[in-house]
Structure formats: structure tokens, C-alpha cells
Design a binder for this molecule. Structure first.
Ligand code: FAD
Length: 393
């Protein structure tokens, strides 16, 4: 195999489409390994859980090759069903975006290239990268792409027990703890996912407390659009000090922020007392047989039946033990933040490319997003067109 992509999420699927559609890689020379029962399974479950109706990003951020593909897929403006795009910036409806993803998967025959498994170890030698799967199967690929995202490392606050079914993280793989009947629920988090979850719970008739460390921070996008082009990226690329790049990324990402439409909906719900807002930290937690008690830094005490954590993902380097071992055996360079030191072709090693969070120190604050997958695609395609489809070989 010439190209093995680990991770069949937004990034892995887009990169596969680009390698096949623009770089001339033959389908029989490419594989995508992902444990999901279908490609993009994690994306679908996490977005569905939040109840979000539209994406936060604009319509040009999608998984196909041409920027206008999603707009065209939606049909002619005059005859389109209402609600397919939300203003401002023509943000696509989740259902439309997902249907378009299905079309990309179909166009490039990606379902046939999906290896439903988990990569456990990767070993570099002179023939390529040997990857051992959880099933025991092994594949050697001339080139490996790590597109593993952060979705397998949800951030759990220290006080939250992991062994009480009444306390759940909405992004935990296999999450099945959505409150079924009318309950009193505490949602923990102050970003767009917490906002969406609180609104979905209200809509379904639950009593909802939203507990956030900070006031509602409003930003249309999770970083300024200037980071998508030279306006901010040229300074970022000139910066050679990786600690300073990390600081620029931290500064640029509007973590825990909500766009104006979500802020507006939450404020309306607070005003008519449908939603209780608490700005503070959870300082104490007690699990009782008949309920959960949360003690807040505001001195409020909440009695709830369940807690949904919408606290995002850990900022640590993704990939767990597999990536730790690869770093050790292949002597891969890391910055002091633990993230890969890579070249402009996103190579961590002559045979290993990265995308998503792992490419952040090269692609900047949008690296984790759909736009980041597209930027990674540009770099990978340029690299293959210069070096040939078997690239590192
Ligand atoms: C609710 C939500 C809404 C979002 N909305 C937007 C938006 O509107 N616009 C935007 O630009 N971004 C958005 N994002 C951010 C980002 O685009 C998504 O998180 C996106 O899913 C990231 O894609 P990914 O491929 O990097 O990671 P993932 O979706 O996490 O996919 C990585 C895949 O790799 C698999 N994997 C991990 N380790 C292994 C292994 N060892 N072997 C095999 N497979 C492995 C995982 O199981 C997973 O399936 C959103 C994120 C969330 C959570």
C-alpha cells in the first residue's frame, strides 16, 4: 500500500479524496483505518448529540475538492428549500453537510477503502511503516498519514466521577447517556456545544442549569478568519520559535465561545427563566441514591438528576500510547508543548505526514477545523505532485 491514513474523520476523509482526486493516487494503493462502523462516524455522533442545526463554519469549508461544491450540491438558489444555509456566511445545515459528505465518500469509493479497525502500533523501517491493528492484522505502507483528531480525549473535570452513569461527557466515545424523560440536568461548559446541548434539553422539556466558568463570550467563528490566509498566517509562518507559535495559537482560538445566534437563543431562555445560568466553578460534588448535588463557587447548590459535561477536549497531544511509542522508536521531534515539529509538507518523518491538531504548529489555529483539513490537503497534494504518488519510497 502506498498511503495508509489513520483516522476516518473529517480530516482523513478529505485527505483521501484529495490524494485520489488531485494527486493521482490509485484507490487500490490507499487505505483508511478507523474503528467506526462507517467513515465519519465520530463526527456524526458528536454533532448529532449537540443538537446543532447548522455548522459554525461557512459553506466553502467541506470535504470535496472544489470550494463551490457544497453550494452546487444544495441546488439552485431560487428553488432551494429554506434553511439549507444560515446567515451570516452561508453556514450549511448539518443534514446538508452530512449528505454532501456522503456524496464525497461515494464519488471516491471511500467506503471500500475503509478498514474498520484500530491502529495499535506503528513501526518505521526501510520498506515503509508497519502498522499493527487491534484485530492482529498488519499492513506496511510506504507513507502514513496520522489524521487522528482529538475526539477520543474528552476533557473531564477532576470532580466528575467516571463510574456514575448519571454523569456523562457528551463527547465520550460510545456516549449513550442522553436524559430520556423530563429531568433536571446540569450542563457544564461555556462554549458552543454546551449552548447547543442546553437548548436541545430545553426543547425536549428538561429543567436545565448551565454552569460556566465565564460569561458568554461571543465570536462568530472559533478563530478570526484572518488566520485562513496571509493576513495572520504570514507572521505565524515567519515565527521560528515553536513556543511562541503555541502561544499565538492559544491566543487566537476563541475557546469556550458562542456565535451570536446561539448567544441570542441562550439569552432569551435566561430572560424567561427557562434556563438557569450559573457563572462559577463546581467546587463540590456528591452522588446520592436519589440525586446529584453540585456545590458552586457562587455558593449555589444544585440538586439535579444528571450532569452532562460539555467541556470539550483535552489540549494534550492526541494519539495516546500509539503515538508515544512511535515518537520513541522513530525519534520523532516534538516541541515543548509535546506536539510534532513538522516541515511545510506536514512531514514528521520522511514517511509520516500529520493533519489536524498534530499539524497545528505548522498550519496554525485553524488546523483542527474543516478549513485545516483543506489546508493540509493543499500541502499533501503539492508534496505528492512534486515527489510522485509513492512519495517517500
Ligand atoms: C460538535 C462539533 C461541531 C463542530 N463543528 C465544526 C464546524 O462547524 N466547522 C469546523 O470547521 N469545525 C467544526 N468542529 C471541529 C472539527 O472540524 C471536528 O472536530 C472534526 O471532526 C475534526 O476532524 P478530525 O478528522 O481531525 O477528527 P475526528 O473527527 O476525531 O476523527 C478522527 C478519527 O480517528 C480515529 N482514530 C483515532 N485514533 C485511531 C487509531 N489509533 N486507529 C484508527 N483510528 C483512530 C477516531 O476514532 C476518529 O474516528 C466541530 C467539532 C465538534 C465536536
Amino acid at each position: 500500500m502506498d498511503w495508509l491514513i489513520i483516522g476516518g474523520g473529517i480530516h482523513g476523509v478529505h485527505l483521501a479524496a484529495r490524494l485520489l482526486g488531485e494527486a493521482g493516487v490509485a484507490p487500490e494503493r490507499l487505505g483508511i483505518v478507523d474503528p467506526g462502523d462507517r467513515l465519519l462516524a465520530r463526527w456524526r455522533t458528536s454533532t448529532a448529540t449537540t443538537g446543532m442545526s447548522h455548522l459554525r463554519s461557512p459553506s466553502v469549508h467541506h470535504l470535496d475538492l472544489q470550494p463551490g461544491s457544497l453550494e452546487r450540491f444544495a441546488g439552485k438558489r431560487k428553488t432551494r428549500k429554506p434553511g439549507l444555509f444560515a446567515a451570516p456566511y452561508a453556514r450549511p445545515a448539518l443534514a446538508l453537510f452530512n449528505a454532501h459528505c456522503d456524496r464525497v465518500v461515494k464519488t471516491f469509493g471511500l467506503a471500500d477503502l475503509h478498514i474498520q479497525d484500530r491502529a495499535m502500533t506503528c513501526t518505521v523501517d526501510c520498506d515503509g511503516v508497519g502498522v499493527e491493528f487491534a484485530s492482529g492484522r498488519e499492513i506496511t505502507a510506504r507513507n502514513l498519514v496520522l489524521a487522528i483528531g482529538a475526539s477520543e480525549q474528552p476533557e473531564w473535570p477532576n470532580w466528575a466521577p467516571r463510574d456514575d452513569r448519571r454523569v456523562q461527557h457528551i463527547f465520550e466515545p460510545g456516549f449513550d447517556g442522553w436524559p430520556s424523560s423530563s429531568q433536571t440536568v446540569a450542563v457544564i461548559g461555556g462554549g458552543i456545544s454546551a449552548g447547543h446541548v442546553a437548548l436541545r434539553l430545553l426543547d425536549e422539556g428538561h429543567q436545565v442549569h448551565l454552569v460556566s466558568r465565564h460569561t458568554l463570550r461571543q465570536h462568530q467563528f472559533d478563530s478570526d478568519p484572518g488566520w485562513l490566509g496571509p493576513k495572520f498566517m504570514s507572521g505565524f509562518s515567519r515565527e521560528r520559535d515553536l513556543d511562541r507559535r503555541r502561544a499565538l495559537i492559544a491566543d487566537a482560538r476563541h475557546k469556550g465561545s458562542v456565535p451570536p445566534d446561539v448567544r441570542g437563543a441562550l439569552r432569551r431562555a435566561f430572560k424567561c427563566n427557562q434556563l438557569r445560568w450559573h457563572e462559577g466553578e463546581v467546587e463540590g460534588f456528591d452522588a446520592r441514591r436519589n440525586g446529584l448535588e453540585l456545590r458552586l463557587s457562587t455558593e449555589a447548590v444544585l440538586e439535579v438528576e444528571s450532569v452532562l459535561l460539555a467541556t470539550g477536549f483535552s489540549s494534550g497531544r492526541p494519539g495516546g500510547a500509539m503515538v508515544d511509542a512511535l515518537i520513541a522508536t522513530a525519534s520523532l521531534p516534538c516541541a515543548s508543548c509535546g506536539y510534532p515539529v513538522i516541515d511545510s509538507a506536514l512531514r514528521w518523518h520522511p514517511r509520516i505526514h500529520v493533519s489536524g491538531p498534530l499539524a497545528e504548529l505548522e498550519l496554525g489555529p485553524t488546523s483542527r477545523n474543516i478549513a485545516g483539513a483543506r489546508r493540509a490537503g493543499d500541502r499533501l497534494v503539492d508534496f505528492v505532485l512534486t515527489n510522485g504518488t509513492t512519495a517517500a519510497g
